[in-house]
Design a protein around this ligand. Structure first.
Ligand code: GSH
Length: 212
């Protein structure tokens, strides 16, 4: 008898950085995911997420928001917490690098490059070049810190692929889809090599965006 896999239901746009992080995590943990297309800040999304962001999630009858919490639940429940590290040191580094992704990379890469360069033109708008110009040195600095870390270990928390790699991969991949990102990544071969290693994972390939 075949067992039906659990499904992580994600509410948000089809193309969403944090939505893809949760989707990759679900597949890495051996469960399925489904995206219920829901606009950020819409009344439907605000009913599930008081800040209107994406994704919000449903699993095991639980309603959750904040991607780190969603991923932690899925990994604890279905994957013996394997994406959070096997040792105290790995677990601490995992949270450190995941926090770097959330606190220092995403705010500047998303609002200073990915949205203006990729998303605004897709919606028929014109990119704010001043925003992009101001953001590039800050993004470059974060990429430099990230690349330096990879001089010392194959993955961000140590020798194993963990949750921090998922967060950072999806965010840096979005940067890599911009012409400015391609140029910046030429300065950081370690980071580029790590990206191509992560890119071969089945969960990563299965969640590629139509614009990739
Ligand atoms: N801290 C949130 C961030 C989620 C987030 O910023 N999601 C983006 C989509 S990738 C969003 O909702 N953007 C719309 C907005 O900021 O209004 C999490 O970890 O889930």
């Amino acid at each position: 008898m075949t067992e039906t896999k659990q499904i992580l239901r994600l509410y948000g746009p089809q193309i969403s950085t944090y939505g893809r992080i949760a989707a990759i995590t679900a597949l890495e943990c051996g469960i399925d995911f489904e995206v219920v297309p829901t606009a950020t800040n819409s009344p439907e999304q605000l009913a599930r997420h008081p800040f209107g962001k994406a994704p919000s999630a449903e699993i095991d009858g639980l309603q959750l928001y904040e991607t780190a919490a969603i991923c932690q639940y899925v990994d604890d429940r279905f994957n013996a917490s394997a994406l959070q590290g096997a040792t105290l040191q790995e677990r601490a580094y995992n949270v450190q690098w995941l926090s770097v992704a959330n606190s220092y990379l995403f705010p500047i890469s998303e609002f200073g490059l990915v949205l203006p360069r990729l998303v605004v033109p897709l919606m028929g708008g014109v990119a704010r070049e001043d925003l992009i110009k101001a953001a590039l040195p800050q993004i470059y600095h974060v990429l430099k810190v990230l690349s330096a870390r990879l001089e010392h270990s194959p993955y961000f928390a140590g020798s194993a692929f963990l949750q921090s790699d998922v967060f950072l991969y999806v965010m840096i991949r979005a940067v890599q889809l911009t012409p400015e990102g391609v140029v910046m990544l030429q300065h950081f071969p370690r980071l580029a090599e790590w990206l191509s290693r992560i890119q071969t994972r089945a969960a990563v390939r299965a969640t590629e965006w139509a614009i990739e």
